[in-house]
Design a protein around this ligand. Structure first.
Ligand code: SAH
Ligand code: SF4
Ligand code: F3S
Length: 409
């Protein structure tokens, strides 16, 4: 009987892609996947530490695994990812039943780590089951920015770009496996470059691969929304018209203190350029950065209005040990909560408005099930007729309920 692997992933899409990569190594060591922890022999917990809350969730899950491990002989726990990177081997002191720790930076030699542990023997296993229409391809690891609130550079290390020929081979393979949509991944994905090539060139290359119908990418940084990028997307309809562009704040002063590398005005200019090319823009916003005044906060509120985001993920500032901002005095928790509340109220209607704005317009949806697909600008749509999964359907949105568009065909 094959051993079973259960995976719990926290954090961003980069972590999801890393979980896939780790799973592939474990599958080739004789494991098969299960979604039921009770029948698993190995629990892989891939963790996030971007905010205290994210790390806390991962650690409390690890706490619960103590009992799970006791219930059956031969069970193992593998703790991976960004929190594992931050906390390292000292985790084994608090959680002595933990078998293996593999930090986010260990991903490139994960196979060696498994082999050295002596816990896993190499036998040929099955392939990962194909799910959905999107194939994830990591194009760069790490981050060279130093946003003063952010722990990612310290857990993921400096930027390392993968060669374009490896990226294209991987994307071509994914398309062949039946993923017509390719999602390129990296913490500052659009900072990717290699000798003589920019991210925009890479987008063109990947979208020209056989079987690739649509290309998405996450997370871009506003600093790399360049004129060349804008020109390339204009001429390439396979590049999806949605961008998740984290703004973080609407106040130039706070942006400077965060070391984001742009002002409110520059950001708004880039947003206007993207919208003129048909992009829907979602964002991340932080409230309660240590130096954020009431006036700064209000600038974030007005940014939401001016930018016309299609969605905004709002976070309370969370101090991360070792980051420059963590040394500044914190605002009172009550202030953070109030500001988060106000901002959440402000962004609540954004999706409704963005969906409603599509009514009467042409859309191109990539079918994810016979009656449901996603538009190029990332809105869900339901069709009347049934279509083959993975095909692109051009139609018109006739109505919206704020979470779904209803199409003519
Ligand atoms: N590389 C991306 C962001 C990655 S982290 C970028 O620069 O745009 C994902 C999101 O978590 C960030 O956009 C930010 O909004 C939030 N975040 C990061 N550190 C945080 C902190 N210390 N407290 C609260 N939110 C934080
Ligand atoms: Fe963090 Fe800034 Fe790097 Fe994004 S760009 S991962 S927020 S340091
Ligand atoms: Fe979290 Fe690591 Fe991603 S800290 S947001 S999982 S890069």
């Amino acid at each position: 009987m094959t051993k079973k692997l259960f995976i719990q992933t926290y954090g961003c899409q980069m972590n999801l892609a890393d979980s896939e990569e780790m799973a592939a190594h474990l599958l080739s060591r004789g494991y098969s996947l299960t979604e039921n922890l009770d029948e698993a022999d190995l629990a892989l917990v891939n963790t996030c530490t971007v905010r205290d809350h994210a790390e806390h969730r991962a650690l409390s899950f690890l706490g619960r695994l103590r009992q799970w491990k006791r219930e059956k002989d031969g069970r193992h726990i593998l703790f991976a990812g960004c929190a594992a990177q931050r906390l390292g081997e000292k985790l084994k002191k608090t959680f002595p039943y933990l078998d293996l720790v593999s930090g986010a930076r260990d991903i490139d030699h994960f196979a060696d780590l498994l082999d050295k542990s002596g816990l896993f023997s190499l036998q040929h296993g099955g392939d990962l089951p194909a799910k959905g229409v999107t194939g994830y391809v990591t194009i760069m690891r790490g981050c060279d920015f130093a946003c003063t609130y952010c722990i990612v550079p310290s857990v993921r290390g400096p930027v390392h770009c993968l060669p374009s020929k490896d990226i294209c081979a991987r994307a071509a393979q994914k398309a062949k496996e039946g993923f017509p949509e390719i999602m390129l991944l990296g913490q500052t994905v659009n900072a990717w470059k290699e000798e003589g090539k920019t991210f925009a060139d890479l987008l063109n290359e990947v979208s020209a691969l056989p079987g690739v119908q649509r290309v998405r990418f996450v997370s871009p940084h506003p600093a790399f929304i360049t004129p060349q990028f804008l020109q390339v997307v204009e001429n390439n309809p396979k590049i999806a018209r949605h961008i998740h562009l984290p703004a973080q704040s609407g106040s130039t002063k706070v942006l400077q203190e965060m070391k984001r590398g742009y002002t409110r005005e520059i950001l708004l200019e880039k947003i206007r350029a993207l919208k003129a090319r048909g992009f829907a823009i979602s964002t991340d916003l932080i409230v309660g950065f240590p130096t954020e005044t009431q006036e700064d906060f209000e600038q974030t509120l007005t940014l939401v209005e001016e930018a016309g985001f299609s969605a905004a993920y709002c976070f309370k500032y969370s101090p991360r040990l070792g980051t420059p901002a963590a040394q500044m005095p914190l605002l009172r928790e009550k202030v953070l909560e109030e500001r988060l509340d106000i901002l959440l109220n402000k962004v609540r209607g954004l999706a409704d408005d963005a969906y409603a704005a599509h009514v009467g317009k042409e859309i191109e949806i990539l079918m994810e099930s016979p009656h449901k697909g996603r538009s190029s600008d990332n809105f869900w749509a339901q069709t009347k007729k049934s279509y083959t999964i993975g095909t692109i359907v051009k139609t018109v949105a006739e109505a919206s309920d704020g979470t779904l568009l209803f199409t003519r065909d």
